[in-house]
Design a protein around this ligand. Structure first.
Ligand code: OAD
Length: 308
């Protein structure tokens, strides 16, 4: 690895000379907007553990697809809390926009679902863990705009698939029709003289449950993630990682999927121990990117300049 790199000076030089920067971001770039991260002592998982009201064995179950299939009501009693609302992008989001404006951003791989990168005007952003923009039926895969399920999230009810519901209603109608026509003197009787149970030849059953297209544990990431990474690995010349504990694969594996010759700068409040980025700048991410920018003579767009 690039053992000669270690300091702020090296970080500044890399930012000055690189042309195709990948920014890999996580919840730490949105904490200053009032959105908790996941694994800090004040993070969402600690909150879920302390509240105890959801009776989870492990707070990560809240985002586990198997648990969701079993108990969707638990997620829907909570989803309102993480639904993107009136948050304003942080200096970090605006710094990513600055890189893009300078033509230096190859792509921002974000794990966040708060959409604050887009709100800051960043166009080259990949929401690796999906978003609330669309929702899909777990049964028939029907995809609908996220707004369709928004009222259910807000009222803490489970949304069912409109297409499945229609299908189930149609099947029921056919079943009723058949029963009525059979009823006209054609009822079947078993040996004891009891009317025979109608065989459910129409299938039917329950309509599927809608789930926002945010990636849960146990679900694969959208193929766009692999496609982008496959392309970007050829071009990237600097990786800047901001505000993530790098605990969740496959996003954490971006580090190993890009060539080892590409330098890495890690900007985070707390150190990371399971990987060794070339340069670690520890502290508040907003302050660090603001400091880097002022040393480089760059101006982070002001919140007012950010398209709303
Ligand atoms: P984590 O909560 O695991 O990590 C956030 C990191 O940001 C922590 O290491 C904090 O120390 C750091 N941090 C917090 N505030 C900061 C600040 N102001 N400045 C700098 N650093 C700060 O969140 P992620 O790594 O984003 O996935 O979590 C990854 C995935 O795990 C999430 O996308 C989510 C979660 O489970 C799913 O739900 C599928």
């Amino acid at each position: 690895r690039l053992s000669h790199l270690s300091s702020l000076e090296d970080a500044l030089n890399l930012l000055k000379t690189s042309k195709n920067i990948i920014v890999l971001s996580g919840a730490g770039i949105s904490t200053s907007c009032g959105i908790p991260d996941f694994r800090s002592s004040t993070g969402l998982y600690a909150q879920l553990q302390d509240e105890g009201k959801y009776e989870l064995d492990d707070p990560q179950q809240m985002f586990d697809i198997h648990y969701f299939r079993e108990r969707p009501e638990v997620f829907y009693s909570f989803a309102k809390q993480i639904y993107p609302s009136n948050f304003v992008p942080s200096p970090c989001h605006r710094w990513i926009k600055l890189l893009e404006d300078k033509g230096l951003l190859l792509r921002n791989y974000t794990q966040n679902i708060d959409t604050l990168e887009s709100l800051a005007g960043v166009e080259k952003v990949l929401q690796c863990h999906g978003s609330f923009k669309t929702a899909s039926c777990l049964r028939c895969k029907n995809r609908v705009p996220g707004q369709t399920i928004e009222p259910f999230i807000m009222s803490q009810h489970i949304p069912y698939c409109p297409r499945c519901q229609e299908e189930v209603a149609q099947k029921q109608q056919k079943k009723d029709q058949l029963k009525r026509s059979k009823g006209k003197g054609k009822a079947r009787w078993d040996e004891d003289g009891e009317e025979e149970e109608e065989e459910d030849i129409w299938g039917g059953g329950e309509p599927g449950i809608m789930k926002p297209d945010i990636t849960f544990f146990g679900q694969a990431l959208d193929s766009e993630f692999d496609e982008c990474l496959f392309k970007d690995r050829e071009e990237v010349d600097l990786l800047v990682i901001i505000g993530t504990s790098l605990k969740v694969a496959p996003v954490s594996e971006v580090l190993t999927h890009i060539p080892h010759s590409v330098p890495q700068i890690y900007i985070n409040l707390t150190p990371v121990h399971h990987v060794k980025p070339d340069i670690c700048l520890l502290g508040d991410a907003d302050s660090i990117v603001t400091d880097l920018s002022s040393r480089l003579g760059w101006t982070i767009p002001s919140p007012a300049a950010v398209p709303q």
